[in-house]
Design a protein around this ligand. Structure first.
Ligand code: SF4
Length: 389
């Protein structure tokens, strides 16, 4: 079996009781078959407790007030404390390490939803590199695995990450180029002309292509009003997703009030002020651009090649761009709320909360991508104009 992991993968250490958050609340922790079997046969009082604390129909731990039944008042896991790490189910043992599975390949990542992992991912100043290695585990055969498409996706993802890491180019331009490529790849796939992708990748990121793209984009810029409307629509996505953490809807409402409460002129004034003091037009430009780059690299690495299972190349890129944008806008809202100040820890907090609401729920991941695909304003040409605003 071949494996690919980001270079920071092994840096993660769980801080357990010191954690300012907990990963054992707000989502159903699914239990793997092997652990369910183990729990079924466990003896003693802990065995009884565990059998009464499992939702056997769903194969997950029961929750009380959205907290795992084993999470105690000190935010520690009773199962871990009483029985040891070996009795944890796979989800709890692995988290926040996440594996995407393909035929002959497993890709590991750290989930942005864990605040300590988020600090590593977003605190990475260097360009992320990916390590490849193999072990003796036999490859599993997948029925109907489209190797040709997968190879194109892997080649494209390498190029996309390369372009996302070209720091001499404005980050919004890098995001736009990737979105544009995803649109063209989707068109080629829909027309069953996959062979065209090789040519696209050869050109992708060349100076000629970037200049031509810039020229086209300059003639099609978005107005301030349209930008504000699009961001509003992005926020409406949350209303269509399941809520994982109870305080999330209130956080969103507060952020919306900060961003849109003073009407469009207030929205514009605040955006300009943010970018001049903290964002892309400020002395923090380099830092801010790297954070956005790391978000995009994270989403692209984790999800882009998953298009092999649903043919949704553009959907994966739209999701990466919209999620990154939402994190940016929530950060601006926090900056307004703070009276014009912001730091790395607050950015990390926002990113990990967005990730938790989005990535801890398969329903939300699918719905989010569907909304991005079907909402006119998030279609690639429209979204491009928003990104380049
Ligand atoms: S959120 Fe991360 S650091 Fe915190 S307890 Fe869970 S795994 Fe550990």
């Amino acid at each position: 079996m071949e494996y690919i992991i980001p270079h920071y993968f092994d840096r993660f250490r769980c801080v357990a009781a010191e954690c300012e958050d907990t990963c054992c609340a707000g989502w159903a922790i699914m239990i793997d078959e092997e652990s369910l079997e183990k729990y079924k046969n466990m003896e003693g009082s802990l065995g009884n407790r565990i059998r009464n604390s499992i939702d056997w129909e769903n194969g997950s731990f029961c929750q009380y007030e959205k907290r795992c039944a084993f999470l105690n008042e000190d935010n520690l896991c009773d199962l871990h404390m009483e029985a040891g790490e070996h009795m944890l189910c796979k989800t709890c043992k692995d988290y926040p390490r996440h594996m995407e599975e393909y035929e002959g390949l497993r890709e590991g990542s750290l989930s942005l939803s864990c605040i300590e992992a988020a600090k590593i991912i977003l605190g990475c100043k260097e360009k992320v590199q990916f390590h490849h290695f193999e072990d003796e585990v036999e490859d599993e055969e997948y029925e109907d695995f489209d190797f040709l498409l997968f190879t194109k996706l892997m080649d494209a993802r390498d190029k996309i990450i390369e372009v996302l890491q070209r720091r001499e180019i404005d980050i919004m331009m890098r995001m736009s180029l990737c979105l544009d490529l995803a649109q063209r790849m989707q068109d080629a796939l829909d027309k069953e002309e996959l062979f065209q992708i090789d040519e696209m990748l050869e050109q992708f990121g060349s100076m000629d292509e970037i200049l031509a793209f810039q020229k086209k984009a300059d003639g099609n810029l978005i107005g301030e009003n349209e930008y504000c409307q699009t961001v509003r629509k992005m926020f409406r996505i949350w209303g269509q997703l399941e809520v994982l953490k109870e305080d999330w809807p209130d956080d969103i409402k507060r952020a919306e009030k900060c961003l849109f409460g003073e009407g469009q002129s207030g929205f514009e004034k605040n955006h300009k002020a943010f970018h001049k003091t903290y964002g892309l037009k400020s002395g923090h430009n380099e830092e801010w651009s790297i954070w956005l780059e790391q978000l995009m690299v994270y989403f692209v690495f984790t999800y882009f090649c998953g298009a092999v299972y649903d043919d949704s190349i553009l959907g994966k890129m739209q999701m990466a761009v919209v999620a990154t944008f939402l994190i940016q806008e929530l950060t601006i809202a926090k900056w307004i709320e703070n009276g014009g100040s912001m730091d790395f820890n607050q950015f990390v907090d926002i990113a990990h909360r967005v990730s938790r609401e989005l990535e801890h729920s398969d329903v939300n991941l699918v719905r989010f991508e569907k909304i991005c695909k079907k909402t006119l304003i998030f279609q690639s040409q429209q979204l491009l104009r928003v990104v380049l605003y």
